[in-house]
Every structure is written in C-alpha cells, then in structure tokens.
Design a protein around this ligand. Structure first.
Ligand code: SF4
Length: 583
C-alpha cells in the first residue's frame, strides 16, 4: 500500500522509504527488494538511496529512536550530559539499539530548535527544552511502551519566538492579494517589479531573483519546474521553520507568482526532515488554497493558469540544501551535487528548466507583488534591498527570530537580544564567518556580512576551539564523499582539531590546517567543501589563543602512533629494529 500511495513513481523513492521507516522503524531488506521490483529499479539503487540519508536506518533502530541534537548551542545548554544520563538510566550504549529492540539513542546534526534547546527528535518528532525531569518522564513513557502519539504535548511544544517583526513578519497579507496583483499587472510587469525590487536570494548566495526567473523562463523545455528549498540545515538557523509554521500562505503565494512568471504547472516544497512535524499542517493549508481557487486549475478564474504544489520530505542530509543535490533528492536519488553547468535554470528537475528559491525569497516575492518593487527597494542598502530574518541563539537572554532591514549592525543586534558579554559571533552558521568583538560595527548585508540568517553568540570565556571543533565534526559527518578534497579534508580537519583539543597539537598542526583549508577551498566540488574550512581559518586568524594555549612546545607530534600500530607485527616477526622507532 505504501508504494501504491506514491503511484509506483520512481521519483518518489525517498518518500516511499520514509514511509517504510515510519511504519517499521527501519528499512527491512525485504522492503528494499519489494520496492526495487515494484518501481523497476535495480536493488542497488534503492539500497544506495536508503543508505545515504541519516534518518533512514537499514538496521533496526528501536521502536523509539531518540536523536539528540549536537549543535554547538545544544552542547552549550548541556545536551551531552543529558544524553549520557539518559543512556545510563535506560542501560543504553549511544548509537546502539537496546537488547530488547525497544530504544536507541544517538546524535544528530542541528534540529533547527536552537532557540529552545536542548533539543532532540523522537521518531522524527521534535522534543524541545529538554531537562533532567523531562528525560525522566520520557524514560518512563518508553518503559511503559506508550506510543509517541500519546506522549504529553508539552514535550513537543515549538514556539515561534518572534522578537522583532518587519515587513515580512509584520502586517499579514490578505490571502490571494499578491496573486490578484500579479494577474492585474501581467507576467512581464511582475517580473519587472521583481527586478526593480533588486531582490536577491535569501539562501546565502544572493543571486538576483529576477535574473534567475528570467533564465528559467527563457530556457526551452517540455516543462518548467519551481522548487522551494525548505531544507535549512545550516546549524543555528531556524527562520524557515517559523515562516512555514505561521506564514506558509505567504510562501505558497510567492511560489504561485513565480509559477505564473515561468509558466510552471508543478512546484515542490522540499521540507527538511527535521520539520516533518509541519507536514500535515502544510498539507491542510495547500488543501484550503485549492478549495478557494488559489491552487489547481484556472487559478482565480484565469483560464490556463494551472499550478499545484507537492511537498517532498528530506531525510537528514545537509548537502541536500545545495540546489543540484536537492534536485537529485527530489528525483529519489542520493543527494549528490551535480556538475555545473548546466545550471538548474536550464536543466534541473528531470533535466527540465527549474527555478529554485529559498522559503524567505518566495515570501519576499509575494510582498513585492502586492506592494511593488520600489517599495521593497527603498529598504536596506545599495546592494541589499529589503529586510533579512535572522535566527539568533547562543549566549543571550532573548534567542529567537529578528527581522531587520539590511544594513543593521552587529552592535544593534547584540543589544536587542541582550547578548551576554559577547566575545565572538558566528554569522551564517559554520559555513559563514566567525566575527570577533573588534568587528561588531560590521553590518548584515551582501556587501559586508552576507548570511542566510544564522547568528550564534559566544560570551567571553567560551571555548572557541570547542565551537570550531563542533563545526568540523559537523562537516566531516555531512560531506557526501563524492570528491577527495572535501571527503578527506573534512576528516583531517576534524582529526587535527581533536588532536589539538586533547593537548597533543603542535605549531606544525596549525600550518597543516591552513594548507588543508586552502586545498579544500580551491579544489572541492561544491559549496560544502569550499566553506568547511571557514571557521577554522577564521579562528586561526582572529582567535589565535584559542589553539595557541593548548599547543605542545614541540615542532611536531605525530597524530598516528606508529610504534603502537607496529607492536603486534614486531611481536609476531620477532624483529624490532631500534632505528625504526620515532625519537
Ligand atoms: Fe560532496 Fe563535499 Fe565534494 Fe560537495 S565538496 S561534492 S559535499 S564531497
């Protein structure tokens, strides 16, 4: 029935696997065989997809699978200790399922709840504000075999935490108003309004939206597709969660306008696996929009204006935020970045012209369609028009969502969220910039500090090396493994930082980190590898003491214990040449 429900469509392979995972708590081998036969795919392709995504498990993961977020803010809030105590109480070994196959506990990357951590997921549902008491309760619920659907709702409470609203999060827009304005104005004039607004993509790269839409519209193809990238996996960001929870109509409206401009009849919302809890709510909103003629055939009575949106779930792979990897994932494959060119605007989903924008970009497009491009362009700075929504977490009294016109200074942001004696800020998540207190006069904008929205604060006394080490572990875990500079580079970076943190680092390790960073930046295949060394290089430049104080006063200490590794062979052969030992 699961395969039937998805119309035996190979592109829906990932969605089928997610449903199997939910039903059985893992992907049994028989299910892989059955899916392969029914979809007409080689078994190895199905297994390849199933093994790529961290939320899919090929081995039994227990009736209750608890994944503790190991984002740096969750670490700072005590998640490692909470996880350790939880495992001790339930006699669990981290990463392994209990002997009775009932429960497992493991780590996962950021769950998008940094403003209300410590956080975790149970069978894909978010747990927030964890503490000892809540985890004791969870332990009791598991022991009593209470289904997750009957657990107290307070455990799953997710707040929006909007602390400062601007033009996007402020006055609500009447449902359908932006689409009506688009129909009145016409397609070319709407595209001109987007151009006049100088809207740039909010996913981080900042590509001009009007150029992207024009490129896709003008590319020949059998169909033009439109994708909303709601896979915000950058640790520290959670603003798309809030937009989808409370402003989904605005996002869907922006997608519908984009569809009108590009002549798309089909759009996708790629929802990150961690936000699976929003799925039913979003499906209801789509159904309501269909019921009032804002989606489906002849939208708002306009003959031939047909467009609908399908939601695809992600499954815990950060790399799927990269647009070509996301398209692979939409096609039911492993999320591996494609070679470019061709760019998705010319050859994307099913090799057809595809436009992909971030959730916030579509929300901006809806506002622009309703209020005009000039209105939008009046806000912000010369190269960065409009506003930016920031996800603020870490050492401050008021973590949450803040919307500012572009150009706001770090000083103003730190004041507003009551930052606690800040000494460093990670802007844009691990792939962004580590900013020191000397730079708090800098501004959020494409010309100074561009960001998709994550702002993580560190107070004086925080161990910056620990933060950067956390980021390095994140990249090593999330590298898709396709190209050597990133696959090997992220692992080496992680190992060297661990070595330094454990007190075995020397000056030569710092040189090695710089050299490695240069290779990764220049030779990796996609943005993940290009940006993975950013926090390490920033730390070495701006916080030299973070590592310096932990270094040994030696020129070099090997990370690999050569004598230890050779000991068994020496015993077996009875040969132990003195000159073959390191001094
Ligand atoms: Fe994969 Fe990293 Fe290479 Fe990107 S840079 S293709 S994530 S291995």
């Amino acid at each position: 029935p699961i395969i039937e429900r998805h119309g035996r469509e190979p592109n829906r392979l990932l969605q089928i696997l997610l449903d199997v995972q939910e039903a059985f708590h893992f992907i049994p081998p028989e299910a892989i065989t059955c899916i392969a036969e029914d979809l007409g795919l080689p078994r190895v392709s199905v297994e390849g997809t199933a093994s790529f995504y961290s939320f899919l498990s090929l081995k039994p993961a227990g009736e209750y699978r608890i994944l503790f977020s190991d984002n740096i803010t969750d670490q700072m809030l005590g998640n490692p200790e909470l996880m350790r105590d939880f495992c001790n109480k339930l006699w669990l070994e981290p990463g392994k399922v209990s002997e009775d196959n009932r429960v497992s506990a493991d780590h996962t990357s950021c769950t998008g709840m940094c403003d209300q951590g410590p956080a975790a997921l149970v069978n894909g549902w978010p747990l927030t504000n964890l503490n000892q008491e809540r985890l004791d309760l969870i332990g009791d619920l598991i022991r009593d075999r209470i289904p997750v659907s009957r657990w107290p709702s307070v455990l799953f409470e997710v707040k929006d935490n909007i602390r400062r609203a601007g033009v996007l999060l402020g006055e609500p827009l009447e449902r359908g108003a932006a689409i009506r304005a688009t129909l009145e104005r016409g397609v070319d004039a709407t595209l001109m309004e987007i151009k006049v607004s100088r809207l740039r993509g909010r996913g981080g790269a900042g590509f001009p939206t009007a150029d992207k839409w024009t490129g896709c519209r003008d590319s020949p193809g059998l169909a033009h597709y439109l994708v909303c990238n709601a896979d915000e996996g950058e640790p520290g960001t959670f603003k798309d969660r809030v937009l989808l929870n409370s402003y989904a109509d605005l996002v869907f409206e922006g997608m519908t306008i984009g569809a009108r401009v590009m002549g798309s009849v089909k759009g996708f919302l790629y929802l990150r696996g961690e936000y699976r809890y929003l799925l039913e709510k979003l499906e209801d909103i789509l159904a309501r929009r269909r019921a009032v003629g804002l989606l489906g055939r002849n939208i708002l009575g306009e003959a031939g204006f047909d467009f609908d949106i399908e939601i695809h779930r992600g499954a815990g792979a950060y790399i799927c935020g990269e647009e070509s990897a996301l398209i692979e994932s939409l096609e039911g494959k492993r999320g591996r970045p494609r070679n470019r060119p061709p760019y998705p605007a010319a050859q994307g989903y099913l090799d057809q012209p595809t436009v992909m924008n971030n959730v916030e970009t579509f929300a901006c497009a809806a506002r622009i369609a309703a209020h005009g491009g000039e209105w939008f362009a009046r806000m912000g700075t010369r190269q960065s028009s409009g506003s930016k929504i920031l996800s603020i977490s870490g050492d401050c009294a008021r973590p949450g969502i803040y919307e500012y016109p572009f150009g706001v200074s770090m000083h103003e942001i730190l004041d507003d969220c009551d930052a606690e004696d800040p000494c460093a800020v990670q802007v844009g998540g691990p792939s962004g910039f580590l900013v020191s207190s000397k730079e708090f006069g800098r501004c959020i904008s494409f010309e100074d500090l561009p960001t998709a929205g994550a702002i993580t604060l560190f107070k004086r006394g925080r161990d910056i090396l620990q933060a950067v080490q956390n980021f390095a572990h994140f990249f090593a875990h999330e590298s898709c493994g396709f190209c050597t500079p990133c696959r090997v580079g992220t692992q080496l970076q992680k190992k060297i930082l661990d070595k330094i943190a454990n007190g075995h680092g020397t000056a030569s390790d710092l040189e090695e980190l710089k050299h490695l960073g240069h290779i990764m930046k220049t030779m990796s295949h996609c943005g993940l590898g290009h940006t993975a060394p950013n926090p390490v290089l920033d730390m070495l430049e701006k916080f030299p003491d973070a590592c310096g104080q932990k270094l040994k006063n030696l020129v070099f200490e090997p990370a690999f214990d050569l004598d230890g590794a050779l000991e068994t062979a020496r015993k077996i052969t009875g040969r132990d040449d003195p000159w073959a030992h390191l001094p």
